[in-house]
Write a protein that binds this ligand. Structure first.
Ligand code: ZN
Ligand code: ZN
Length: 359
């Protein structure tokens, strides 16, 4: 990506050898996420030129000095937030909040500084330390989680962002969910993964809203008990009807003011709204104060499923391998890298589940 508002360009770049603590990955699959689209539109800001892509999986081809946890041939998932392992958040099992991971992401560099991508002497930037809309990527070892060889690469890729965000948010931010109601706003990759999570934890009512009927159909296939096309019906009113007063939990997977307000309006007293959608950098929200206080409602943000990723990602893959969660049903079509721009366009209305780029 050279600038916002313009399509990505497919071209050949120079990739440095992995430095100390770094790993050269051959990318086998990369999910196409709304966050990538947000950088293209300018809703989220990155340094350019930059290679997008942050939901990938692949095979280790080479390791830099001092890397002992990975060797050539290993399979791994790329994470979009590396962790230092030593700060208060890493030690508390909340690696997504690691300040080092965040600051390197904002610089669009790798954890140890600088970029490993260039062309004709110009340095190109990394998106979230990954840049996996590419055949190969050099990443920090802290951006990887090793997985078993027999996990299909498309599945491994989407687990690294959409699945762990959707399922993790339900499992980590919604205590005692069995028998309760969970309403999910947005049936994209994250929202559909949340449906799988809600089904797994035993929610009695799983209500899903979107404006695309084929996505709602997919949500029902995955375990939604009710669906709402919010272009035609009032989300909050319908949720109140279905649940007899409002949902115990609402999961907002879009990141827009209107949907966050609608989510708050759909809570029962004592309920919790979890916002996991990433909005435009400059946006804020307003909510009716009296309902917040008198209804003892809670609004919490959740990043990366609030997951302890190195532990929970393998747990999710174990659930997948034992047949407990149908992650295959989250996969939409696969495209080659040459169709990356088309894939981004499909995100808005056409994809059902996750579209994956296969280099
Ligand atoms: Zn993502
Ligand atoms: Zn840390």
């Amino acid at each position: 990506m050279y600038e916002t508002g313009k399509p990505m360009v497919l071209e050949e770049l120079e990739l440095d050898q992995p430095g100390p603590g770094e790993v050269l990955m051959r990318i086998e699959a990369t999910g196409v996420c709304h966050s990538d689209a947000h950088y293209l539109t300018g809703d989220l800001i990155a340094k350019t030129p930059i290679v997008l892509g942050h939901e990938g999986a692949g095979i280790v081809e080479a390791v830099g000095e001092g890397v002992t946890a990975f060797k050539p041939g290993d399979k791994a998932v790329l994470l979009w937030r590396p962790r230092c392992g030593n700060c208060e958040y890493c030690l508390a099992g909340r690696p997504a909040l690691c300040p080092l991971g965040r600051s390197h992401g904002q610089k669009n560099e790798l954890l140890r500084g600088g970029t490993r991508l260039s062309k004709d002497g110009v340095r190109y930037h990394h998106l979230m330390g990954d840049s996996c809309f590419a055949e190969r990527a050099v990443v920090s070892q802290e951006s990887l989680v090793a997985i078993d060889q027999d996990v299909p690469s498309e599945i491994a890729a989407i687990v690294g962002c959409a699945v762990i965000t959707g399922m993790g948010t339900v499992m980590n931010c919604m205590p005692e969910p069995a028998g309760k109601s969970i309403a999910i706003i947005g049936a994209g990759g994250v929202g559909l993964a949340a449906v799988i999570g809600a089904q797994l934890v035993g929610a009695a009512q799983i209500i899903v809203s979107d404006v695309v009927d084929s996505r709602l159909e997919k949500a029902r296939e995955l375990g939604a008990t009710h669906t709402i096309n919010s272009a035609e019906e009032d989300f909050a009113e319908r949720v109140k009807d279905i649940t007899g007063g409002g949902a115990h939990y609402v999961f907002e997977a879009i990141g827009k003011q209107t949907t966050i307000r609608a989510g708050f309006g759909a809570l029962r007293s004592g309920g919790t709204l979890v916002v996991a959608g990433l909005g435009r950098t400059q946006d804020d929200i307003s909510i009716p104060l009296n309902h917040l206080v008198q209804g003892e409602k809670r609004i919490v943000g959740s990043l990366y499923g609030s997951s302890n990723i190195p532990l929970q990602l393998p747990e999710i893959l174990r659930l997948y391998r034992s047949g407990r969660i149908p992650l295959d049903k989250l996969l939409d079509q696969s495209f080659p890298l040459a169709r990356a721009n088309e894939a981004i366009k499909h995100l808005r209305t056409k994809t059902v589940g996750r579209l994956v780029l296969v280099p």
